[in-house]
Write a protein that binds this ligand. Structure first.
Ligand code: NAD
Length: 370
């Protein structure tokens, strides 16, 4: 069976890293057909809009998407294409595993957790306005509903079960935001009570950040609202080795889209310098979603071995300071070629550290449909 996947290369470093990721997908031998559609800056140039209808139509038709990052202008200009895609396609669960890979690029090699972020409402509801004509005050409305809170918390507990993880931590700020945070907290407790096999606890967002910065290895699955999840997943990416190695998945009831945690990193655009691993690990998550377990394991192991060998790695993994062995940085395309070369060669039986098996090699399909 050939899998038809919508590819949104995006802008900035997006076209480079999505091209790299497609090479790796093709190296697995799993048959893919790519339907490439443009969003973000290339779509503005060609079509005068950052999110043409054909992008949404293509994703709805294929129900699978591999997405690169898309720039959002700060302060003014068009609304975030990323936020619009999640809202319009009802991709409500943003799942971002933070796995330290081969101990490289991180001070916390024990990091191995998953951030589950509600992706359609909260402070990203898009409901905001100036309070007065002088623009001296502004308001943004945080929308938190029982329906969206229930489905994201349930998703997190189901994910924990599927991945054999032991604990789900609910993160909120219910002491100050007593209605929105309070509703999320209430729903978290209700849903948690239905999963007696999974431990649960809660953290206020500020304390969560401090705890993660000190002992990330103690956390397992974290579930939270949109803005907190956005910030926490970047923090956790940093703990696990940086934005260059942090993949993500967006799940709705019928559609799954895979995009890295990182943005379009405009300062590296077109230079063939960006780390392709985050987007490549999006292909691993796509393969797991499709039930192509062996191919997913091959991708994960090829990435792991390439980073562990540290001969052909991009600048972010070659830095001195993190490791005792700085190396000359390779290009994005060279690192992707090295990973692609390894994909058919990896030993699927070779042991990996325990942390690498909780979402990586050998993990069950992390989606709800499976
Ligand atoms: P960013 O993630 O693009 O980059 C921050 C820094 O992280 C970069 O300067 C770079 O040092 C590093 N980095 C990121 N990706 C890397 C990679 N693959 N390899 C090596 N280093 C990498 O964040 P930003 O600069 O805050 O945002 C840039 C643009 O991206 C903004 O317009 C923002 O809105 C957008 N953005 C989009 C998404 C998305 O498409 N889902 C996510 C986040 C940010």
């Amino acid at each position: 069976m050939t899998y038809r996947v919508t590819v949104i290369p995006g802008d900035g470093i997006g076209p480079e890293v999505t091209a790299a990721a497609r090479k790796i997908a093709e190296a697995t031998g799993v048959p893919f057909e790519w339907e490439v559609v443009e969003a973000g800056e290339p779509a503005i140039r060609a079509r005068g809009t950052p999110l043409p209808d054909e992008v949404l139509e293509s994703v709805r038709r294929n129900r699978l998407a591999l997405k690169g990052p898309i720039t959002t202008p700060i302060g003014s200009g068009f609304r975030s294409v990323n936020v619009a895609l999640r809202q319009q396609l009802d991709l409500y669960a943003s799942v971002r595993p933070a796995r330290a890979i081969a101990g490289e690029g991180t001070r916390f090699p024990e990091t191995d957790l998953v951030v589950v972020r509600e992706a359609t409402e909260g402070l990203y509801s898009g409901v905001e306005h100036w309070v007065d004509r002088e623009h001296s005050a502004a308001e943004t409305v945080a929308v938190v509903t029982r329906k969206a809170s229930e489905r994201i918390v349930r998703f997190a507990f189901e994910l924990a079960r599927k991945l054999g993880r032991k604990r789900v931590t609910g993160v909120h700020k219910a002491n100050i935001m007593k209605t929105t945070g309070g509703l999320f907290q209430t729903v978290f407790r209700e849903v948690a009570s239905k999963y007696p096999d999974i431990a649960s606890d809660e953290r206020l967002i500020d304390n969560m950040c401090m705890q993660l910065a000190k002992k990330p290895g103690e956390y397992d699955v974290i579930v939270t609202t949109n803005l907190f999840g956005d910030i926490l997943s970047d923090l956790c990416a940093g703990l696990a080795g940086g934005l260059g190695v942090a993949p993500g998945a967006l799940y709705g009831d019928t559609i799954a889209a895979f995009e890295p945690v990182h943005g379009s990193a405009p300062k590296y655009a077109g230079q063939d310098r960006a780390d392709p691993v985050a987007e490549i690990l999006c292909v691993e998550l796509l393969l797991r979603h499709l039930g192509e377990k062996e191919a997913a394991d091959r991708v994960f192991r090829a990435v792991w071995e390439t980073i562990a060998e540290k001969k052909v790695v991009t600048y972010d993994l070659a830095l001195p300071g993190y490791t005792a062995r700085p190396v000359t940085p390779s290009s994005c395309s060279a690192m992707a070629a090295e990973i692609a070369r390894k994909v058919p060669l990896v030993d699927l039986d070779a042991p990996l550290p325990k942390a690498a098996s909780a979402f990586g090699a050998g993990a069950s399909d992390p989606t709800l449909e499976a």
